[in-house]
Design a protein around this ligand. Structure first.
Ligand code: SF4
Length: 231
């Protein structure tokens, strides 16, 4: 079976899944979408109302903002893969519990194994902690690429956080530019990394966890104003 048909089979399995209580309130399972061979993936927390109704990830207000951020960075949504830590909407958009995330984790791991992205952007604390461990602090660790088993993980704020707090626009734009630069400098296809990560390792940018996240070149703040039309 090819990777794509395995992914389709996994989607079918997910659509029938009742492994956690989130199945009871969902309208649609939001499996994920994008290029099944994407080298860049985005992982959010959980589907919201619009996603639950449409069965697609990041299609509500936060998703539209993510689209604009990607467009500003010159990255087409169709060339990446987008998914969440859980595939069913938590009631009232609450944070999915550890048990719910654990129940959905085999699906997440299987998706990542089949798609095998080289760079994974973790949108928000829930996604970052689910993938990199509970010690991640999004305000401290955002923008720091972490290399594990050939995959580079970059945590940043969730687009929904930008809608609530516009002061997060600049750090997210810095992070996305770093992601874009990493993505554009990926070596040619050929190496398929293992997934999921097993053990923590150092940041690829040489910073220690205690160092503040930096980023942005001179003039990029202006680019943020001009190219990221965030409300
Ligand atoms: S959130 Fe994941 S584990 Fe829970 S019911 Fe939905 S698909 Fe299954």
């Amino acid at each position: 079976m090819s990777g794509e048909s395995e992914l389709a089979a996994l989607r079918q399995q997910a659509e029938a899944c009742r492994a956690c209580p989130l199945s009871r309130g969902r309208h649609r399972v939001v499996f994920g979408e994008g290029d099944p061979h994407a080298r860049l993936a985005f992982v959010g927390e959980a589907p919201g109302e619009q996603e639950d109704m449409q069965g697609r990830p990041f299609v509500g207000a936060a998703g539209q903002l993510l689209d604009r951020i990607l467009a500003a960075a010159g990255i087409a949504r169709s060339e990446v893969y987008i998914t969440n830590t859980v595939m069913c909407r938590p009631p009232g958009n609450r944070v999915p519990t550890e048990e719910e995330r654990a129940a959905c984790r085999p699906f997440f791991d299987a998706k990542m194994r089949l798609i095998a992205p080289r760079i994974v952007v973790l949108l928000g604390a829930t996604a970052a902690q689910s993938v990199l461990g509970p010690g991640v602090r999004i305000t401290r660790d955002r923008g720091r690429p972490v290399e594990r088993q050939g995959v580079t993980y970059v945590p940043t704020f969730h687009p929904a956080a930008l809608l609530r707090d516009p002061s997060k626009k600049r750090p997210v734009w810095e992070d996305i530019q770093r992601v874009r630069d990493l993505y554009r400098s990926l070596p040619p296809e050929g190496h398929v990394p293992e997934h999921p990560p097993a053990t923590p390792s150092a940041s690829t940018d040489g910073r220690t966890p205690a160092e503040p996240a930096g980023g942005g070149r001179p003039g990029e703040a202006a680019a943020l104003q001009l190219r990221l039309p965030v409300p």
